[in-house]
Design a protein around this ligand. Sequence first.
Ligand SMILES: [Zn+2]
Length: 340
Amino acid sequence: MQKGWGHSYQGSYSRRLCHAHIHLDKCFLLNNDGSHNCCRDFAEALKSLQRPKPFPSDLTDLYNRGKRLVIESIQCGVTAMRAHVEWTRRRCTEGVQAVGSAPYVEPSIAQAKRNIDLILDTAHENKLHADFHLDYNLDPTAEPLIWYLLAQLRSRINSGRWADGAHVCVGHATRLSLFSAEEWTRFRMAVEDAENQNSLPITLPGPPRATLDVPGLAREHRVKVGMAVNNVENAFTPQGTIDPLALCPMGVAVFQDGTKRGCQTLVEAVTITARKAIAARGPASLFPAKGDAADFVLLHENDSLYSAALNPSYTRTVIKDGEIVATRRADKWIRLVAQQ
Ligand SMILES: [Zn+2]
């Protein structure tokens, strides 16, 4: 972060904001009459989304909602995203960078493991990244499938069944919030493989629902977790904004960590860690260096990284490849009444 930029702008700038995990086809589905807006539990939300607005028959509605999500995201400063869309045929089309699934919806562990195998096979055959909604439960007796996934990934890399540069992203993963310190050490060792200096290409982006302790895991286990918006204005997540930076003040409250280090980890979680999760190219540091591409968002009302995490500026200017590509402004006004 650096205060000021040129003569026209005051404020801090933040490295490229990133949606590591957002559902393009399920956004903006709230009804004005309040129906489908609030659900008591996940099962009810899932059921309500199985009967949303005429979908996918109404392609214009689908397109307009997705377009709105993309435009509003760019105005926030998002310049990279992994947008999820449901696909009924298993095939890969042009422009698709990742293939994924939700093994947790399978009726048995054996089928969930076959689901993981199928996605890893498909990713390898088509040279794609893989992306899982995994271990979405809070059952301490449930087998965490992350171990199976890590073992499969390691074995496939060792036997040449994994494309160079392909990355695995694991989302949701609430079950991991029950991990002990020993299990996190096991996770880090499984990923890092210090002996071979050969880290597994895997990242965890956790939506706030997951409550993985983002600053705590970075501080105590050197495990970096990205944060992602996931859903916008639908039955799963009727509240909140599309802004990835809005996850930071919520993170300060949820994780009870308002230290400067904690705030930096949270900002990283929606910028460089999120970008790593979707294998987007770019600098690995939050702080700019000479020669870096001029891609960032100006936060006009923040004067430090700390303030950007605690109370992100609404007013923004988005720079991509050295040019202003979007702005967002908030007008403020008050009527002053003269004292009699
Ligand atoms: Zn999701």
